[in-house]
Design a protein around this ligand. Structure first.
Ligand SMILES: Cc1cc2nc3c(=O)[nH]c(=O)nc-3n(C[C@H](O)[C@H](O)[C@H](O)COP(=O)(O)OP(=O)(O)OC[C@H]3O[C@@H](n4cnc5c(N)ncnc54)[C@H](O)[C@@H]3O)c2cc1C
Length: 412
């Protein structure tokens, strides 16, 4: 692509940062513009429920690229600019009222948290967690301890917030519809995470849900559960999922289902418009359908690949879904296709009770997903095993003496 052309990236997360970085690295010499509705340059969110919330990471830890990088690479980052319209035929966007022309455009608009909309939704002391400003407000509410914190939702973010709230010395109750994480890793392993939190003093109300929040003088005082019972609260955090920000694409007539549909080259149904990160549902050859992955590594890799595509390279997205979490002293990595495991129980290599193990999920005798908990330097081998699509025996999988690379058919 020659100089004089313009690439526009819409978004202010990790996908946007990686896209401009790799477009420049691929030799794109024209105008590179980032439009983000947030008031800061692109940043990443995992620290918001971990180190930053705990107070161990400074806010500077969230930036993958420093301000000087954008200046040196002539990337024009326009903050506080919401893109409200996109006209694929004209190749223009409406950037907070200004019409800008592009040659190629990336949608990296990410997702937004599902918000509690029931009675009491407007009370002070209710938190959702997506942006740095959300995390700063929540950190302030948790720091110093001694508060009664109710976390609504037993997913990854809910549990990370529960861990941080405990570490700050607060009382914590998690309200969840079922065993935490059961939809992601099954009930048995979810119960193991629950037991870890209970060991740290977190109490669980499951299965239950919050139907209302009751306040006094405009501030949260309690949550009302489905049973009608009330649980006192000073702080209520909703971690009840996120939905992709597809509105811009949909209003432009671009094909959208659960995410903006792209082919394996990250191209959408509109000419010269690509999508990556949480907002994209990308064609996945292995599954034979589009797959949306709302995890950091997907946005990181997708952003990098999209940058090359924007610069004019032919690319193909072939990442295995990957995710990690840190809670208390536990570290975990997960790779693979939970969609294919169909609720089958995992094969465990290691010590589940001691929370030091690798779990494998099989479909048709092949490993389709794996999760290492407090066991390190194995995730690459787990990924090779998944990619190998080799039939393996559960006995060998469970046996730590059998190298994973041998099961994947690789020479040791
Ligand atoms: C608290 C928290 C903790 C997490 N922890 C983990 C973890 O441990 N491991 C993991 O794998 N994943 C984690 N995730 C998920 C991970 O952060 C996301 O997958 C990642 O942020 C996706 O990046 P993205 O660039 O696609 O989108 P986002 O990070 O959502 O960024 C999208 C950006 O686009 C902006 N935007 C949207 N619409 C417009 C518009 N019309 N105009 C202008 N700007 C717009 C948004 O404001 C935002 O800045 C976590 C997420 C959160 C919220």
């Amino acid at each position: 692509m020659a100089g004089g052309e313009r690439i526009i990236v819409v978004g202010g997360g990790i996908a946007a940062a990686r896209a401009v970085e790799s477009a420049r690295a691929a030799g794109f010499g024209g105008d590179l513009v980032v439009l983000t509705d947030e008031r800061r340059r692109p940043y990443e969110r995992p620290p918001l429920s971990k180190g930053y919330l705990l107070g161990t990471d400074a806010s500077s830890a969230v930036y993958p690229l420093d301000a000087a990088w954008f200046r040196e690479h002539r990337v024009d980052v326009r903050t506080g600019v919401a893109v409200r319209g996109l006209d694929p035929a004209e190749h223009t966007v409406d950037a907070s009222g200004e019409t800008l022309r592009y040659d190629r455009l990336l949608l990296a608009t990410g997702s937004s948290p599902r918000r509690f909309a029931g009675p009491g939704a407007g009370l002070r002391g209710i938190h959702h967690l997506r942006r740095l400003t959300d995390a700063t407000a929540l950190r302030r509410a948790l720091t110093g301890g001694g508060r009664r914190v109710v976390v609504v939702g037993g997913g990854w973010i809910g549990l990370e917030v529960a861990a941080a709230a405990r570490r700050h010395g607060n009382e914590v109750v998690v309200v969840a519809r079922g065993v935490p994480l059961a939809s992601a890793i099954g009930a048995e392993l979810g119960e193991s995470f629950q037991a870890m939190h209970e060991g740290e003093g977190v109490r669980f109300r499951i299965p239950d849900q919050v139907t209302a929040v009751r306040g006094v003088n405009g501030r949260v005082a309690a949550v009302v559960l489905g049973t009608g019972e009330e649980v006192s609260a000073d702080v209520v955090v909703f971690g009840i999922g996120a939905t992709p920000n597809t509105r811009l694409a949909a209003s432009a007539g671009i094909d959208v289902r659960d995410g903006v549909l792209t082919d394996a080259s990250l191209a959408t149904s509109a000419p010269d418009v690509y999508a990556a990160g949480d907002v994209a549902a990308t064609w996945n050859e292995r599954l034979g359908r589009h797959l949306r992955v709302d995890h950091w590594a997907n946005a990181d890799a997708g952003g990098r690949l999209a940058g090359r595509a924007l610069a004019g390279e032919a690319v193909r997205f072939d990442e295995l879904p990957y995710f990690y979490t840190d809670q208390y002293d536990l570290g975990m990595e997960y790779s693979g296709y939970g969609q294919l495991t169909a609720g089958a129980p995992p094969v465990i290599r290691g010590d589940l009770a001691a929370r030091e193990y690798v779990a494998f999920w099989l479909a048709d005798g092949r490993v389709v997903a794996g999760m290492n908990v407090n066991v390190w330097d194995v995730n690459a081998a787990v990924q090779r095993l998944i990619r190998s699509e080799r039939v393996v025996s559960p006995e060998e999988l469970a046996d730590p003496a059998v190298p994973l690379d041998a099961l994947a058919g690789d020479a040791a």
